[in-house]
Design a protein. Structure first.
Length: 433
């Protein structure tokens, strides 16, 4: 038996075909055959054939998942309503429809996601025999990627309410922009074609290749934006390498974090020294050394065995340069801690030099310069060369104040704007503005 599909232009088959299907349905011996022939051809109740006598067969698979559907919010129902080809997918693929319901139900509270809409419906018009299902799969992938991104970060910050609010805000911004980028990608895909679908005769190969390249570029934009967003989210949530390992002077908890780091470094250095004493003891056997280190420091037998193996200089254990490196890091951290504590005790102050208002903003850790109007080109070049950048929100040229000898020298002048930085500013603005 031969199945029935829609015509190429998407219109309903002629009456002759419909009559043929009605005859085949009437003689169908199994429910599977009946569903196959009814398919998407009969969409209205009045146009559906009577089931085979003696059999109670529904005219196609019917999806009923009221449990999930009733739990959807108004926003989620709005999303479901705007999904392309939903009715046809609902009839032809129960699993796909249920997957969509579950995904929509999993959209986090406070997160707003826009559906791809009709663009997903016609993206595969000239490249697939089943454009509705292929377009629907794009909708599923698009929605699941947003939910997955949220869940990945939520699991790491679920005990911090402030970070959860930041995450929701970031995901909302991402959802809006990725919707535009993904729709652009699907628009580009809809302009491509496959000779298997359209036929090989007079196929515009060169033009199609250009369109394929455009589609590829649009897809790269989606992938790159996703990667970029993940990077920024990790940074804002303190989950990236920089946030975990670098203590910024702008951080309100910088002093506490630095004190904890110093304590950890000192503890590690003391452990290194204690382990070396045990390893280099002449009173203990190797087995006794292993047992004692394992008990005191919870190290694995493989690591201890490696420490017992002499290095290139014939000495076992931690080398002297490893311990001295830790000592240097501790000294540097302590110096920075002193600077941060001094900086925290300061107050925001301002000076006026050559009609330029200079604000040492301690709270923001910024040096701000306010001009009476736009500075001339020569001044702007000097500002940029010295690390200043224009901040439209503050209407000021700003510089991040770094804790280094060349920028802040304390106890040289009474003013918070001191030393080299003060001299640098005088020379910088000793020009006519």
């Amino acid at each position: 038996m031969q199945g029935v599909t829609y015509d190429d232009d998407g219109t309903e088959p002629p009456k002759a075909k419909k009559e043929f299907v009605k005859q085949e349905v009437a003689t169908a011996k199994t429910e599977k055959e009946l569903v196959f022939f009814q398919g998407d051809l009969f969409n209205e109740k009045d146009d559906q054939p009577e089931p085979v006598k003696g059999e109670e067969i529904q005219p196609g698979p019917v999806v009923k998942d009221e449990t999930i559907k009733n739990t959807l919010t108004e926003q989620q129902r709005k999303y479901l309503k705007n999904v392309a080809n939903l009715d046809r997918i609902k009839k032809s693929s129960k699993d796909s429809y249920n997957n969509l319901l579950k995904l929509i139900n999993d959209i986090p509270q406070g997160v707003e996601v826009l559906p791809l809409g009709e663009v997903a419906g016609y993206a595969y018009s000239n490249i697939s025999f089943d454009r509705e299902k292929r377009g629907f799969s794009e909708e599923l992938y698009y929605l699941s990627s947003i939910i997955e991104m949220y869940n990945n970060y939520f699991d790491k910050i679920k005990n911090d309410k402030n970070k959860i609010e930041v995450l929701i805000s970031k995901i909302n911004n991402y959802a809006k922009k990725i919707n535009n980028l993904y729709c652009d990608y699907l628009h580009a895909k809809s302009r491509t074609a496959s000779s298997f679908i359209t036929g090989p005769a007079n196929f515009p190969t060169a033009r199609n290749q250009k369109r394929l390249n455009s589609e590829s570029n649009k897809y790269d934009a989606v992938i790159n934006f996703e990667a970029k967003t993940k990077k920024y989210i990790e940074k804002d949530l303190g989950l990236d390498y920089y946030s975990k390992n670098v203590i910024s002077s702008d951080d309100s908890n910088a002093i506490e974090k630095l004190q904890n780091r110093i304590a950890k470094l000192e503890k590690r250095r003391d452990q290194f020294k204690e382990i070396n004493k045990i390893i280099r003891s002449k009173k203990l056997t190797n087995d006794e050394k292993i047992e004692k280190i394992k008990e005191s420091f919870k190290l694995s037998k493989e690591v201890i065995q490696e420490l017992l193996t002499p290095a290139w200089n014939g000495k076992a254990g931690f080398q002297s340069f490893e311990i001295s490196s830790l000592t240097r890091k501790i000294a540097e951290a302590k110096k920075r801690l002193i600077l941060l504590e001094r900086m925290q005790s300061e107050k925001t102050s301002e000076k006026i030099i050559n009609n330029v208002k200079i604000v040492d903003n301690v709270e923001e850790n910024r040096l701000q310069l306010f001009f009476n109007g736009k500075p001339n080109e020569e001044t702007r070049k000097k500002l940029k060369a010295n690390g200043f950048r224009w901040a439209p929100s503050q209407k000021a040229w700003m510089l991040i104040i770094k804790l280094s000898k060349s920028v802040r020298i304390y106890n040289t002048v009474k003013s918070p704007i001191t030393g080299v930085l003060f001299v640098k500013l005088i020379s910088l603005f000793y020009i006519t503005i």
